[in-house]
Design a protein around this ligand. Structure first.
Ligand SMILES: NC(=O)C1=CN([C@@H]2O[C@H](COP(=O)(O)OP(=O)(O)OC[C@H]3O[C@@H](n4cnc5c(N)ncnc54)[C@H](O)[C@@H]3O)[C@@H](O)[C@H]2O)C=CC1
Ligand SMILES: CC(=O)C(=O)O
Ligand SMILES: [Mg+2]
Length: 371
């Protein structure tokens, strides 16, 4: 198969969809790999690394989209990229369609087959292609929140770990999955007083077993969330219902109960955000204020640490990319029900039920598409 990887064009996105190691592996499986010149530079991979791996370097994204049978990326295709997608082409990348009807319409119109990293599942109920970036975003969240808490950025001026005689920051993490666990670990490591809320009691039990001395756990009832948010210096939003739009757990009314200059970090923004007042921001202009509360809502946080993130993402995507290239998407999805869960759009139809439901659209059953 001919596999193509363009340079990411989303603002301040420095990751790349294929690492030189993944390119080498694909070439060894007999595939042709096209890399746009400079695509890996932001992650520290020059063209020569790809050429050494046996890939061909091409000048433009147009050429990648024109020639590739499968396009492998990181972020959801931007409007200019969507215009280049064509019928029968395979797209393998993050999509996050639930909050994005405009992207959904373009993908449906293109006739392409689109497999979203974030809805591929595994046998343990996890999301193996989201997990590495959730680990990164989770670990970054307290760091970015701590920066936002600084006075010069409009924050409350509270130090995460406090000092002897001064209490530390109170950090509340809503959602104790991959993002939440990593965020809580780092916030606790910085010396903050950390509370994790989740709807899943088994998850809270696991966190308690792993970290009971470092953090408190609390059931995520509406009342508990409201109480915890009112006391917090920083709230990290880390909930997920796979494929679906994030539930709004902190309403605008609740902001008036919070301490002025407190910070909301909405990691769940790529699924529409779990705070009512969130709207997606970029690394160039990451924070805004509503009712005296600072919001950090960058939808591609891992792009800030592009090298670590690219390597982590590449480790996870490579076996799936190879299966798609070796067998073609249909056979690869027939052979692996977890990969099939990644199929979001095929030939003008939505193929993932939670995505369709979130958008208020119809979908076609996977069995029908894969028959
Ligand atoms: N902004 C960014 O750059 C990035 C954003 N993300 C996003 O972060 C979010 C979280 O991802 P993961 O941690 O991997 O998901 P996960 O599935 O590992 O964890 C989600 C947790 O939320 C909990 N949850 C669901 N509904 C809840 C509710 N109503 N109240 C409390 N808890 C609830 C679940 O029980 C689960 O423990 C996703 O939207 C993901 O796309 C991930 C990576 C980067
Ligand atoms: C998960 C995601 O949206 C990202 O890594 O940018
Ligand atoms: Mg404790």
């Amino acid at each position: 198969m001919r596999i193509g990887c363009p340079t990411e064009i989303k603002a301040q996105e420095f990751r790349v969809g294929i690492t030189p190691n993944a390119a080498r592996e694909a070439v060894s499986h007999g595939h042709e790999v096209l890399i746009q010149s400079g695509a890996g530079l932001g992650a520290g991979f020059p063209d020569e690394d790809y050429a050494d791996a046996g890939a061909s370097i091409v000048a433009t994204a147009d050429e990648i989209f024109e020639r590739a049978e499968m396009v492998v990326k990181v972020k959801e295709p931007q409007a200019a990229e969507r215009a280049m997608l064509r019928e029968g082409q395979l797209l393998f990348t993050y999509l996050h369609l639930a909050p994005d009807p405009a992207q959904t319409d373009d993908l449906l119109k293109s006739g392409a087959t689109c497999i979203a990293y974030e809805t591929v599942t595994d046998a343990r109920g996890g999301l193996p292609l989201l997990a590495p970036m959730s680990e990164v975003a989770g670990r970054l969240a307290p760091q970015m929140g701590a920066w936002t808490l600084q006075k010069a950025n409009g924050g409350r001026g509270v130090l995460m770990g406090g000092i002897p005689g001064v209490t530390p920051a109170s950090v509340v993490v809503i959602g104790g999955g991959v993002v939440g666990t990593h965020a809580a670990r780092i916030a606790a490591g910085m010396g903050a007083d950390v509370t994790v809320l989740d709807k899943s009691l088994p998850r809270l039990r696991q966190l308690d077993e792993l970290f009971s001395r470092d953090m408190n756990t609390r059931y995520a009832s509406g009342g508990n969330i409201a109480e915890a948010v009112a006391e917090a210096d920083m709230v990290i939003g880390a909930v997920l219902i796979p494929g679906a739009a994030a539930p709004k757990l902190v309403t605008r009314d609740m902001l008036s109960t919070m301490k002025p200059g407190a910070v909301l970090v909405d990691v769940a923004i790529d699924q529409g955000g779990c705070f009512e007042t969130s709207k997606a921001t970029t690394h160039q202009d990451p924070i805004f204020e509503v009712d005296g509360i600072l919001h950090y809502c960058v939808a591609n946080m891992p792009g800030a640490v592009a090298r670590s993130s690219t390597i982590g993402l590449g480790n996870a995507t490579m076996p799936f990319m190879l299966a798609l290239a070796d067998k073609g998407w249909k056979q690869a999805c027939r052979d692996d029900a977890h990969l099939a869960q990644g199929l979001n759009v095929h030939a003008g139809q939505i193929t993932n039920a939670p995505v369709a439901e979130a958008l208020g659209r119809d979908h076609v059953a996977l069995d029908t598409v894969l028959a």
